[in-house]
Ligand binder design. Structure first.
Ligand SMILES: *[C@@H]1O[C@H](CO)[C@@H](O)[C@H](O)[C@H]1NC(C)=O
Ligand SMILES: *[C@@H]1O[C@H](CO)[C@@H](O)[C@H](O)[C@H]1NC(C)=O
Length: 341
């Protein structure tokens, strides 16, 4: 059988749709028996009529049919993306037929308008509270409201709005982190919705609003440059220990989030804090930025842990990592930003 698939080694197939899929997607397809039926390429018996059916269909055929009209802002998940994104993509594509040729493609301005409730983590990080959210691509804002029906608690410009799924950090399989800039600082909101479809629809509505903003603000920027700027995920997150500016202070455990597009390394006392405790701009090598795996001169550290020294024109930051592989990952991630134009 000729495999028509981007996945390196698809070992499964949906014999109802006529497509080859990976193990992980086979689990998702199994839960949609109305539209998909799964067999293993190696372990299951294939009748000649099914083989013939697979030959006449295949992934390119399915893509042409089921992805005929994917809006430019719609997020197409990769294999590393979280479950809810992949599962909803498969449902949207095959079950709901949202991208069939017969569908009318919604314009970004109306797709970027949405109203409804989300569970939002409160300030004290103790509990999620049901809050009204309103997104308007036309006005270029997202708002959310407090318990009392007074004015909005925040009016967020779509200009700095970003959203990313954060399943582990939020501890919910539909957990979404929303960020925006207020008074020069990045503000985090952590939300979820019980419904997988709702939260993915919110995510794509935010993307539609961002796309509408970018398309109208930068009409001459080509689509291929615009799409990656719609939303972004942190390129690396995790715990490290850091000392203070004198480099003599006790090391404290902090949560770090690295934003490649903004060239910004933020650190938090708690991963779910609304605001960072501090942030470091990561410039280019020719501007004097550098990462090293040793300590600055005259600095000594009692703890036997792998070190990262981040050199910036203003000061040197010293971080301790949990182990060598974490040190490597952080250095690679920081180096990619330092060497990026
Ligand atoms: C697919 O991957 C997710 C993690 O992304 C995992 O939780 C799930 O168990 C996997 N499913 C299968 C069938 O491998
Ligand atoms: C390094 O530490 C992380 C936790 O911070 C752990 O998950 C990982 O397994 C460790 N790796 C090695 C090689 O010890």
């Amino acid at each position: 059988m000729r495999l028509q698939e981007e996945e390196e080694d698809p070992e499964w197939a949906s014999y109802k749709l006529g497509i080859f899929i990976c193990l992980n997607c086979s689990g998702i397809h199994r839960n949609l028996p109305e539209i998909s039926r799964v067999k293993s390429l190696r372990l299951d018996f294939w009748e000649s009529s099914l083989i013939e059916f697979m030959k006449n269909h295949g992934n390119l055929w399915a893509k042409a049919k089921y992805e005929a009209k994917v809006p430019p802002y719609y997020y197409i998940p990769k294999s590393c993306d979280c479950m809810v994104l992949r599962q909803q993509w498969i449902s949207a594509k095959y079950e709901r037929g949202e991208f069939l040729d017969t569908q009318v493609c919604q314009d970004p301005c109306s797709a970027g308008s949405r109203e409804g409730c989300l569970w939002k983590l409160g300030k004290g990080r103790r509990q999620f509270q049901k809050r009204q959210f309103l997104l308007s691509a036309k006005e270029g804002v997202m708002k959310y409201y407090g318990k009392e029906s007074k004015g909005p608690k925040a009016v967020i410009s779509v200009e700095t709005l970003n959203a990313m799924f954060q399943v582990e950090k939020i501890g919910h399989s539909h957990g979404l982190q929303i960020t925006y800039i207020t008074d020069g600082q990045t503000r985090n909101l952590f939300v979820y919705h019980e419904s997988a479809k709702e939260i993915v629809d919110w995510f794509n509505a935010i993307r539609a609003a961002r796309y509408h903003y970018l398309r109208t603000t930068f009409p001459n920027v080509p689509e291929t440059e615009l799409i990656p700027r719609i939303t972004r995920s942190f390129v690396k997150e995790g715990y490290m220990e850091k000392t203070g500016p004198k480099q003599k202070e006790a090391f404290k455990v902090r949560w770090f989030s690295l934003d490649s597009q903004e060239r910004n390394l933020m650190y938090f006392k708690n991963p779910l804090d609304a605001f960072a405790q501090g942030q470091v701009f990561i410039g280019r090598r020719d501007e004097g930025y550098e990462v090293r795996d040793d300590l600055p001169q005259k600095v000594c550290v009692k703890k036997k842990k792998p070190v990262i020294t981040l050199v910036t024109p203003a000061r040197e930051f010293v971080f301790l990592c949990e182990n060598d592989s974490k040190q490597r990952e952080w250095m690679d991630a920081l180096n990619r930003i330092i060497t990026q134009p």
